[in-house]
Ligand binder design. Sequence first.
Ligand SMILES: NC(=O)c1ccc[n+]([C@@H]2O[C@H](COP(=O)([O-])OP(=O)(O)OC[C@H]3O[C@@H](n4cnc5c(N)ncnc54)[C@H](OP(=O)(O)O)[C@@H]3O)[C@@H](O)[C@H]2O)c1
Length: 289
Amino acid sequence: MHPRLVIFGAGYIGGAVARAAVARGFVVTALTRNAARAEELRAAGIRVVVADLAGDTWLEEIPAGADHVLNCVSSGGGGLDGYRHSYVDGTARIGEWIRRGRVGTLVYTSSTSVYPQGGGAEVDESALTEPAGERAALLLEAERLSSATAANRVFILRLAGIYGPDRHMILDTLRCGGPLPGSGAHRLNLAHRDDIVAAILACFAAPPAVAGGIFNVADDRPARRAEVAAWLAERLGLPPPSFDPGSAAGRRRPETPDRVIRNGRLKSALGWRPQYPDFRAGYESLLSR
Ligand SMILES: NC(=O)c1ccc[n+]([C@@H]2O[C@H](COP(=O)([O-])OP(=O)(O)OC[C@H]3O[C@@H](n4cnc5c(N)ncnc54)[C@H](OP(=O)(O)O)[C@@H]3O)[C@@H](O)[C@H]2O)c1
């Protein structure tokens, strides 16, 4: 039997999971709002429904029941209202759909931005998520709604900063010769696209004894932003990078807390290991493409 997978939000991560799952023989249905993306997905053998997750039209279009479900919508812009719409209202709709037919495993991609800790703290899944900012509170509400669905088990994956093919802002800025907006002092907690896809597939494949829960997804060795930029500049044969905390983009960017996100729970529960354990391995693979 081919496992049935439904993906809500087939963007950067969702699209990559969809392709990887098709290659493994899954029957994949993906929901997207984006007609151009829908064509690309169909060409890759994925069944596509074009709809807004928070609306109700798709409830009749996607047959109820699935072995696996992935919710990886992003806010899609629109500020706090966009967050509420896509994360909270969207997850509530998924809960409604799951009540219609049996779902084995639900994976929801949350974010390490739900953790407020800074000051070099080590952050594992037992860390407090209080005090939560407005956006983090909405992500936490989507986590709570996900956990309350009728799926047999629910994995909440709190993703660190995503990078990978076609998503490498520091590299792009350095290549353009510009200063990097913001500061270089804090550590970057990163997760390569392919390691996130592997973590999601590991949730689907986990034996029934693994009950689900909350898991951080980050690489093994966070490094300071200045160190990442300096390594990249040297690797590209460019002058040492500069930072501009006062630039418009730097001022818009909320100061990223300096901390170390720990990934041990995902390793011990699911046997996951990052293929790209630090930024050097990940960026080297991007530069050699
Ligand atoms: N970016 C990061 O570094 C980061 C860090 C931690 C966690 N995360 C989380 O990781 C997940 C995957 O991120 P990503 O980079 O793959 O995001 P992405 O590329 O922006 O893809 C998200 C997809 O969700 C779709 N979407 C948003 N709202 C929707 C709605 N109401 N109805 C239907 N589709 C909707 C978007 O469609 P449109 O194109 O139509 O907007 C987009 O295709 C997200 O849950 C995100 O919050 C991201």
